[in-house]
Write a protein that binds this ligand. Structure first.
Ligand SMILES: [Mn+2]
Length: 296
């Protein structure tokens, strides 16, 4: 189907979801010398994306793991190029493009798996793509949890770096080991981080200072599960500001409101954040174990 619409050997441009491990992996398995363009639908529009607009005409373009916002945007692009195809698994985009020619959607497969099948057909898929794909579909297991930790820690941002990983023979074993090391780091953080309790907007909360944003979610989950609190506040010093991350697992608590009122911030009901110039009074000053801000 997708191949009948556009032969994979003809593809000259790949527009892939970014920053996203699945989208980068989709681009990484393309075996040809093509132009890669990262596309974040939350930020970009096709019509105003400079890299897309600066393409010379008559390209054969595939959107992998992402799509334009409207059918009009797609049709507009098709006026300038030979072929523009969409291969995606986002349900919102499926609703927009399901009756449009050259748009292929599968809800049961991730972008990188769809890309592999399109470009590589029956070749055996590297195991790492199965795990990246499953994570992208929200199917978590012990192995892909470890791999996810390791990949996130590597902060992969480019197709080239993803490609250099995907085809390494040792990649699975190395990422699992790397992930185990990160699990150890998180366990150590849970064990060694001094925590304190406060009260805000009638809610008891637990707070702790961290070195960075990394592992905020893991530590927050640990703390709100362990202690009888409405929410967690984890904070760290970054770029001259104190950053605060609020998390809750309680339906009756809306941390976005608390972040707005007390932390100059915003966010979602269960996860929110803010930034202040100083640590506020209700995060009690210098209890034992609290570190001074780093000297800059
Ligand atoms: Mn995806």
């Amino acid at each position: 189907m997708a191949r009948e619409y556009l032969d994979s050997a003809e593809v000259s441009v790949i527009i892939h979801h970014a920053p996203c491990l699945d989208g980068l992996s989709a681009a990484a398995v393309c075996p040809h010398n093509v132009t890669y363009i990262g596309f974040n639908p939350n930020v970009h529009k096709v019509a105003t994306h400079p890299d897309i607009n600066n393409l010379p005409g008559e390209q054969s373009i595939v959107f992998f793991d992402c799509a334009p916002h409207t059918v009009d945007e797609l049709l507009q692009l098709r006026t300038k190029h030979k072929r523009v195809m969409i291969v995606d698994h986002h349900i919102g985009s499926q609703r927009i493009f399901e009756n449009v020619e050259g748009c292929f959607f599968r809800m049961d497969k991730a972008g990188c798996v769809l890309a592999w099948e399109y470009f590589r057909d029956t070749d055996e898929m590297p195991e790492i793509l199965v795990h990246i794909g499953d994570r992208d579909l929200g199917k978590f297991n012990e192995t892909n949890r470890l791999i996810g930790y390791a990949l996130m820690d590597m902060n992969i941002r480019t197709v080239a770096s993803m490609r250099s990983l995907v085809f390494l023979d040792s990649v699975m074993a190395s990422l699992v080991t790397g992930g185990q090391m990160i699990v150890e780091r998180i366990e150590r953080l849970k064990r060694d981080t001094p925590v304190f309790f406060g009260e805000l907007s009638g809610h008891r909360f637990v707070y702790a200072q961290l070195d960075s944003y990394q592992f905020v979610s893991e530590l927050a989950e640990y703390l709100y599960t362990k202690y009888d609190v409405a929410f967690t506040v984890l904070y760290y010093y970054e770029n001259g500001k104190w950053k605060f991350s609020l998390r809750t697992n309680k339906d009756e608590v809306d941390v976005s409101l608390i972040a707005k009122e007390h932390f100059n911030g915003n966010g979602h009901k269960r996860a929110a954040g803010g930034a202040l110039d100083a640590i506020p009074d209700f995060i009690s000053p210098c209890t034992s174990g609290q570190q001074a801000p780093p000297v800059e």
